[in-house]
Design a protein around this ligand. Structure first.
Ligand SMILES: Nc1ncnc2c1ncn2[C@@H]1O[C@H](COP(=O)(O)OP(=O)(O)OP(=O)(O)O)[C@@H](O)[C@H]1O
Length: 544
C-alpha cells in the first residue's frame, strides 16, 4: 500500500506502513562498510552522539562526514536516539534532506583495545558549512536573493517531511547544512518522530493536533510559545516557528530570540510578537504553562525591528512567527508567499558564492577573527549595533546588520559598556543545550513511556514545573562549544539529570524562593538566570 493510499483509507499511516510504503531504492543505501573503507581527514564537530569527522571514501573518492556513535554506557547498547535518526534517515529521500549513505563499522583491535563492542559511524555526504557556522564567519554577508534561495530550500525540505508525517523537532541554524554548490539540507533527526495527525493543507495553517507528545523538544531559542506553555497536542507548526527564527537569523546575522531561561524566552517572544490574547492565540490561557503568567501587555515590535528588510520579509516573518499555532503558515503556503515572487528574486543555488568551510570547530576561529576587529563605532555596523548598549535586552535588539543584509554580533552580550572589547570566548555563550531525548512519546515502539520532563500537569513555563528551566545555557568561562550539547543518548546522563531536578521539585514547598517564582514566572527571569548559572556550574561539576 502506498503512503497516499493509506492516507485515503482514513488518516495517517502507521509508522510501519509509512516505512513499507516509503522505502528508498535498495541501491541508494550501501549497507555497512568498514571504517578502513574511508580515509579520515579531520574533525568537524562534536555532536550529542560523539565526534563528526571529514573523510574520503576509498571506493568512490567522495568526501563524506562520519558521525561516530559513541556508546557512553556499553551495557545500554546502541543509543536509541541514534537508532531513531538512522531509521528515519534511511526512509527519507529528498534533495533538501541530508542523506544517510552508509554505515561504517570499526572493530576493536584484537589485543590492545579494551573495548568489547565495535564503533558505528553514520556516513553522510560532506557539506561545507552549517548555517550557524556560516553566519559566524564575519566575512560572510548574505544577500536577499541568497536568503530567499536558502529559505525556499528549507521550506521544500520541511514540506516533504511534514507531508510524510515527520516532525523534525529541532529546527535551528546549526542543523541546516549548506554546501558550496548552494544546496541546503536539513540534518540531525535525533529528535524527529513520526507524526500522527493531519498533514498540512494549503490555506489551513498548522491545523489541530491529534494526540499528545512530549513538549520537551526544540532548542530553547527556536522553541515556539505553545511548547514553552506546554501544549502537548502540537503540530507541524512547531517546526515552522523554527523556520521563522532561522529566517530572522539569516536577515540580521544572529539568533533573534536568544532567551536565557524559558521564562525569559516567552518574555522576548511577547516583546517581538505581542502579548497573547484570545484573538491572536485562542485558548492560550488554558495551556498548562500559562496558568501563572501575567504578561505585561505589549503590541509587539516585529514590523519595526525588521522594517529595514522590506515589507515582504516582515510579512513572511509575521506569518511564521504567529503566536497561534493553528493559523501559523505551513510550508506549502510559505513557498507561495509573495516575498519569493518579488524583486530581488531568489538566486539559484549554483549562483551562490562559495565560502571557506564553516563548521562547529571553525567557530572559535571566526570569533577570534571578529575579536581582532577594531572596536565598533557607536551605533556602528561591525559587531555591536546601536541597540547593544548595557541596557539592551537580550536577543531581540541590536539587529542592525554589518554591511550586507545580515551581520552583527550573533550572541547575547554581557553587560559591559559598549566600547569595551572582551575576548570572543568570553563574550559568546553559545546556544542553549538541546532538549534531552523524549521519553514520553510512547507510540513508536521503543520508548519507555515515562514522562520525565513535562509529565503530569505542568505548572509553569519551561519544563513542567514552575521552578525548573528545561534548557540551561552554559555560562562558564571556557570557550563554549557550538550549543553546549548534552549527551542525549546517554541514559546515565538522563537519569542523573532527572535525579538532579527532582530535589528542586520536591523542595518547592519548602523553598520560598521557588514559591515566589511560581507566582510571577516571567518577571523573575533575572533570578532564574542567576540560579541557572549556579545550576550549570553544578552540572558541569557533576558531568566531570
Ligand atoms: N554531513 C556533514 N557534513 C559536514 N559537517 C557535518 C555533517 N554532519 C554534521 N556536521 C557537523 O558536525 C556538527 C554536529 O553534527 P550533528 O548536529 O549532526 O550532531 P548531533 O549529535 O546531532 O549534534 P546536536 O546534539 O548538537 O544536534 C554539525 O554542527 C556540523 O557542523
Amino acid at each position: 500500500m502506498s503512503i497516499l493510499e493509506s492516507r485515503e483509507l482514513g488518516g495517517a499511516p502507521s509508522p510501519r506502513s509509512f516505512a513499507i510504503a516509503h522505502q528508498r531504492p535498495r541501491n541508494s543505501f550501501v549497507g555497512c562498510s568498514r571504517i578502513s573503507d574511508y580515509e579520515v581527514l579531520g574533525k568537524l564537530g562534536e555532536g550529542t552522539f560523539g565526534e563528526v569527522h571529514r573523510a574520503r571514501s576509498k571506493r568512490t573518492g567522495a568526501l563524506v562526514a562520519l558521525k561516530k556513535i559513541i556508546m557512553h554506557n556499553e551495557k545500554d547498547g546502541f543509543p536509541i536516539t541514534a537508532l531513531r535518526e538512522i531509521k528515519l534517515l534511511k526512509l527519507l529521500s529528498h534533495k533538501n534532506i541530508l542523506r544517510l549513505e552508509d554505515m561504517a563499522v570499526e572493530h576493536p583491535a584484537r589485543s590492545s583495545d579494551k573495548r568489547k563492542r565495535p564503533i558505528m559511524y553514520m556516513v553522510t555526504p560532506y557539506m561545507d558549512h552549517d548555517l550557524s557556522g556560516l553566519l559566524d564567519n564575519p566575512s560572510v554577508h548574505f544577500t536577499e536573493p541568497q536568503i530567499k534561495c536558502y529559505m525556499l530550500q528549507l521550506l521544500e525540505g520541511l514540506k516533504y517531511l511534514h507531508e510524510n508525517h515527520i516532525l523534525h523537532r529541532d529546527m535551528k541554524a546549526a542543523n541546516l547544512l549548506i554546501n558550496n554548490k548552494g544546496i541546503l539540507q536539513i540534518a540531525d533527526f535525533g529528535l524527529a518522530r513520526h507524526y500522527d495527525g493531519e498533514v498540512p493543507r494549503p490555506g489551513r495553517g498548522g491545523g489541530e493536533g491529534r494526540r499528545d507528545y512530549t513538549s520537551l523538544v526544540v532548542t530553547r531559542w527556536y522553541r515556539p510559545p505553545e511548547l514553552l506553555m506546554h501544549l502537548k497536542r502540537y503540530t507541524t507548526a512547531i517546526d515552522m516557528w523554527g523556520v521563522g527564527c532561522v529566517f530572522g537569523e539569516m536577515l540580521v546575522g544572529k539568533p533573534i530570540l536568544a532567551g536565557e531561561s524559558d521564562g525569559h524566552q516567552l518574555e522576548i517572544i511577547f516583546d517581538l510578537c505581542g502579548t497573547p490574547t484570545d484573538e491572536n492565540m485562542p485558548g492560550w490561557r488554558s495551556l498548562p504553562g500559562a496558568e501563572t503568567l501575567q504578561p505585561r501587555p505589549r503590541q509587539g515590535n516585529l514590523s519595526q525591528r525588521f522594517r529595514e528588510y522590506g515589507s515582504g520579509a516582515v510579512s513572511l516573518l509575521r506569518e511564521l512567527l504567529k503566536l497561534d499555532w493553528r493559523s501559523r503558515i505551513n510550508a506549502i503556503d510559505a513557498l507561495q508567499h509573495p516575498y519569493f515572487r518579488s524583486a530581488p528574486f531568489p538566486a539559484k543555488p549554483n549562483e551562490l558564492p562559495s565560502y571557506e568551510e564553516s563548521h562547529e570547530l571553525d567557530r572559535r576561529k571566526f570569533h577570534d577573527r571578529r575579536a581582532a576587529l577594531p572596536p565598533a563605532p557607536k551605533g556602528g555596523t561591525v559587531g555591536r549595533g546601536p541597540h547593544d548598549g548595557p541596557n539592551a535586552s537580550f536577543g531581540c535588539d541590536g539587529f542592525n546588520g554589518r554591511n550586507g543584509v545580515n551581520g552583527g554580533s550573533r550572541y547575547p552580550r554581557n553587560s559591559r559598556g559598549p566600547e569595551e572589547r572582551v575576548p570572543a570566548w568570553h563574550r559568546d555563550r553559545g546556544l542553549p543545550p538541546r532538549p534531552p531525548p523524549p521519553a514520553d512519546d510512547y507510540q513508536d515502539g521503543y520508548r519507555d513511556g515515562r514522562d520525565r520532563g513535562g509529565g503530569g500537569r505542568p505548572r509553569g513555563p519551561g519544563g513542567g514545573r514552575p521552578d525548573i528551566d528545561t534548557y540551561i545555557p552554559s555560562y562558564d568561562r571556557d570557550p563554549p562549544r557550538r550549543d553546549d550539547r548534552r549527551r542525549r543518548d546517554d541514559r546515565d546522563d538522563r537519569r542523573h539529570d532527572w535525579d538532579r531536578r527532582r530535589p528542586d521539585y520536591d523542595d518547592r514547598g519548602r523553598n520560598s524562593r521557588t514559591r515566589s517564582r511560581s507566582r510571577s514566572p516571567i518577571r523573575d527571569w533575572e533570578r532564574d538566570r542567576d540560579r541557572d548559572r549556579d545550576r550549570d556550574r553544578d552540572r558541569d561539576a557533576y558531568r566531570r
